[in-house]
Every structure is written in C-alpha cells, then in structure tokens.
Design a protein around this ligand. Structure first.
Ligand SMILES: CC(C)(COP(=O)(O)OP(=O)(O)OC[C@H]1O[C@@H](n2cnc3c(N)ncnc32)[C@H](O)[C@@H]1OP(=O)(O)O)[C@@H](O)C(=O)NCCC(=O)NCCS
Length: 181
C-alpha cells in the first residue's frame, strides 16, 4: 500500500506526455477503458487514442484532464505512474451561465480511499470557480452507490431525486435518422 504522504499528486494537464523527461509514455485509452469496464460499459468505448489526443490537446480542446501521479520510483509494474484521472469540460446554462461538467473520474482500486478522488474533484471545483462557473455537474449510474455517497458527502445534490431530471442521448445512428427525417 502506498501511503498518503508518498503521493505527491500532479494534478495537471498531463494526458499526453511522451515528451516528458524520457518517462515511459502511457495510453490514455487504458484509463478510460478501466473506468468503462468498472461501469460495465466497455463495449461502448469506440474512441481511438489518436482522437483522444487530438480532442484534448489539439488547437481547440474539447476537454481538459487532470491526472494523479505517483513518483516514478513507486510506479506500477507495467510502468505506469498515473493512478487516477478526472476529465472535464465546460458547458453552458441559459439559467446560470458557465458550468463545468465532470465526464470521468477514476482512481485505480489499490489507490482508493486515500483522498485522491477528493483532490481531483476539489481541483475541478477550483478551476470552475476560477472560470466563473456557477455549477459543477456530473452523472452517475444508478447502481454506483459508493460514487453517489462520495459526491453527496462532498455536497452534491441528486437532481433525479430533487428535480426529476432524466438523462437523454441521441446515438450516432439516431442522429443519422434524425437528419434524414
Ligand atoms: C469514486 C472514486 C473516484 C473515489 O476516489 P478515491 O480516491 O477513493 O476518493 P477518496 O479517497 O477521496 O474518498 C473515497 C471515500 O470512500 C472511502 N473509502 C475508504 N476506503 C475505500 C476504498 N478502498 N475504496 C473506495 N473508497 C474507500 C473513503 O474513506 C472516502 O469516504 P468519505 O466520502 O466518507 O470520505 C473511486 O472510488 C473510483 O475510481 N471508483 C470507481 C470509478 C467510479 O465509480 N467513478 C465515478 C463514476 S460516476
């Protein structure tokens, strides 16, 4: 077990780091796939690594990413120093203006319960406030009680319960159908 004081977290824009000091690079997809697997939705991962990189680190980034890293000397056997991440982007509400949306938050199982997840959402809240956002939103699968408890304990409100919102999506096929209508 890695103790809290041994985890000087780098919470920063670091997904794409082949260029960083000769450290072994890692695959952003590895982490998104771990989260998808946890959510039992791995079959929904269709993105390529190239798209993830272009979309996060190209000219007009579609998202921002925070990573939690352990020191190189405590790296995982497969070479990874990144043990968790949070991925967010900005959205807009005509009622409240600028908002931030946390798309993913994931901490590898053996590093959970040490405050890494808390630091990630704290950092997202800091960024949101700095950028003048009035809300910080996210969605949780209904069976993920521990994640819901985690957010509630930190002050988030369950909007499905409080206001009855439900979550909708047009899949690619549905969009194609829509434009043909
Ligand atoms: C949700 C998640 C990001 C939290 O990360 P974390 O680093 O464990 O977060 P923290 O250590 O700051 O807090 C976790 C809470 O669970 C408790 N906890 C203790 N041991 C734990 C363990 N082994 N695993 C998970 N949580 C544990 C902590 O005490 C803390 O409780 P608190 O809310 O009363 O303070 C992480 O559990 C995770 O990656 N889960 C799987 C993916 C997931 O569900 N993502 C969210 C999708 S919406």
């Amino acid at each position: 077990e890695v103790e809290e004081h041994r985890i000087p977290l780098i919470l920063d824009l670091q997904l794409h780091r082949e260029d960083r000091g000769g450290h072994q690079s890692y695959s952003p997809l590895l982490y998104t796939e771990e989260l998808a697997e946890f959510e039992k939705l791995l079959d929904q991962v269709k993105i390529s690594e190239g798209a993830l990189k272009t979309d996060g680190f190209g000219e007009n980034p579609f998202y921002h990413c925070l990573v939690a890293e352990i020191p190189p000397e405590s790296r995982e056997p497969q070479g990874s120093t990144v043990v968790g991440y949070g991925l967010y982007y900005f959205t807009y509400s005509t009622w409240t203006g600028r908002n931030v949306y946390l798309e993913d938050i994931y901490v590898m199982p053996k590093y959970r319960g040490q405050g890494i997840g808390s630091k990630i959402i704290k950092k997202v809240a800091e960024v949101a406030l700095e950028k003048g956002c009035s809300q910080f939103r996210l969605a949780v699968l209904d069976w993920n009680e521990s994640a819901m408890d985690f957010y509630k304990a930190r002050g988030a409100k369950d909007l499905t319960v409080a206001e009855g919102w439900r979550f909708f999506r047009f899949d690619n096929e549905a969009m194609r159908e829509l434009v043909r209508m």
